[in-house]
Design a protein around this ligand. Sequence first.
Ligand SMILES: Nc1ncnc2c1ncn2[C@@H]1O[C@H](COP(=O)(O)OP(=O)(O)OP(=O)(O)O)[C@@H](O)[C@H]1O
Length: 573
Amino acid sequence: MRPVGSKYLLEEPLGRGATGTVWRARQRETAGSEAAVAGEPGETVAIKVLKEELANDPDVVMRFLRERSVLLRLTHHNIVRTRDLVVEGDLLALVMDLIEGPDLHRYLRENGPFSPIAASLVTAQVADALAASHADGVVHRDLKPANVLLTEDENGMRPMLTDFGIARLADSPGLTRTQEFVGTPAYVAPESAEGRPQTSAVDIYGAGILLYELVSGYPPFSGDSALAVLHQHLAQEPERPRNVPDPLWTVIEHCLRKNPDERPSAVNLARGLRTVADGIGAQATPQAAGAALGVAALLAPDPAPAPVPDSGAQGATAPGPGAGDSDPTQVLPHSGAAPGGQYDPSAETNVLPQTGGPQGGQGQYDPSAETNVMPQTGGPQGGYGQGGPPQQDGPHPWESQLRAARDRNEQTQVQPLDPSMDPLRRRPQRRAAPPPPPQQAPQGQQPYGQQPYGQQQYGPQYGQQQPPQRYEPQPPRGREPRPQPEPRQREPRPPREPRQRREPRQRSANPMRIPGLGCLKGCLFLVVIVVVAGVLVWNLTDAPQWWAEGKSFWQSTKDVFDQIGDFFRQFNS
Ligand SMILES: Nc1ncnc2c1ncn2[C@@H]1O[C@H](COP(=O)(O)OP(=O)(O)OP(=O)(O)O)[C@@H](O)[C@H]1O
C-alpha cells in the first residue's frame, strides 16, 4: 500500500480518467486543520491522484493550491465532497468521500435509458448541485454521465456530481502551451468548441446533453471524429427522441440552445424539471399537467452567469481530423482516427489537438477573474497574466508556496517502494472485460417498450416503465481496464520466445471418411494377423499331428470316464 502524505494509504485503483487515477484509500491518521474533513483513522476514502503531466506542470500545481479552499468548501447534498488536497513531492491528490455506487455512464450502459420522469428527477438533482456551485462562482465544465456517481439513501437514488475544478486544473496555460484542448466532445458546449468566453451556461448545456442521454440512451450528437461531433454542436439542432414528452423536450431544447444566454439558470432548470416530473405521469393532476406544459415560462436564463476564468483564451478548438472522440480519456494529443468510427458514449474527457484559431490565446489568463480564495503573493511575472505566452524560464511566482507545501508533506514520506510493488505504477485491476459497446438506438427509434407515444411516457411512478431504474447495490464488480500506455517506470520485459508453430493435424489420405473406421481398422487388422498366423502354424508345424494326437487323447480320456460311468450304473442296478 502506497502512502499519500502522512494521512492516507492507497489501497486499490477504482478507475483511471484523463486527469488521473482514482483509488480506494484508507485514512491513517486524523487530517490536520487544512483539511475540510479531519476524518478518523481507518475511514475509507477515494483519492484522485493527478497524472504526472499535470502534477509536473507548475501552472496546474499553482491552481491546485490556489483553488484548494474553493474545492474544499464546495459542499452540497449532490456534490461529492472534497475532503483534503495533498501535495507530496511530485504527487498531487484530491481526497474525496468514497461513493460506492456506479457512475451514471456505467449505470446507463447496464440498465438502459431512464423513464422521462426518472431522467427529469435525476437531472433536477444534478441541476441543484450546479446551482450551488455556480452560486459559489465554480463552473464544472466537464459535466457528463461519467462524472455523476450514484449513491442510495432513504429517498432512493442520489446522483453526486464529482470532478469539480478538475477541468479547470487540466486546462492550464501550461498544457494549452502544447496546443491541446480539454473537453469531452459529446458534451462540449458550442462556445467552448469555438473557444469563445464561457460561463456557467456551459454546465447547463452539459446538463441538457446528459438529460437527453438519460432519456434516450445516446447523446444527441455523434460522429466518426471529434471534429464531426463539435461541428454538430455548433451547427446542428438535436433530433427529438420519440419517447420524450413535450414538456421534457421543451427543457432539453432550452438547455441545448446554441446561444448560452438563452439557456436557463441551474436553479430554474431544477425547478422546471421537477415541474415536468410532476406533470407527465399518468396520475398527474390536470393542474400539474398544465404546469408541465407551460414549463418554458420557468426556464429563465441566469441574469449573471458565473464566468469561466481564462475561457476564450485557448484559441480555436477545431481538432485535427482523426481526433476520435471515442478514444478513452487522454491528456496527450491524439493521433490517428478513432477506432470503431462512431462516437462512443463511454468517451471521457479528451484533450484534442488544436489546429488553428487565434494564437496566443493561452496568454490571456487573468488571475483576478479566478474564484481564488488563497491570498496571491504576486501575479504571474510577465507570463500568462500579461497576454503573452507563459514564461517557462525562471522561478514560478508560486514556487515558494509550492515548496512550502511540499516540505510540509515531504517529512511524511515513507521508504520509497520497489517500483514493481508500487501501486501507483500498477494499472487498475478492478474492471472486468468491457461489455460490448451499447447499441445506439437509431435516431427516432423507441429505445424501450413498443407502446405508442403518449401511453408509455406518462407512467405514474418514477421508473415505472423501467422497473430496474432504482439502483440496487451490487456485489463488487470488476472495473473495465482502460486501454492505457504502460507506466513508464515499469521494467522492460525480456522478449518472449516466439511460440513454436504447431504442425497441423495430419489426416488420412483416404478422402472417404467412415465414422468409427479407426477402431474397425484396428480390429480387422488383428483378425487378419490371427488368421495368417494360424494358417502358417497349421502348415509349417506338426500342428495337424498334435491335433490328431490331442483328439485321440481326449477320446481315450472320454472312453475311460464312460467306462467308469458304466461301471457305477451296473453296480447300482
Ligand atoms: N469519490 C469517488 N468514489 C468512488 N469512485 C469514484 C469517485 N470518484 C471517481 N470515482 C470512480 O473512479 C473512476 C475514475 O474517475 P475519474 O474522475 O478519474 O474518471 P472520469 O470521470 O472517467 O475521467 P475524466 O473526467 O478525468 O476524464 C470512475 O469510474 C469513477 O466512477
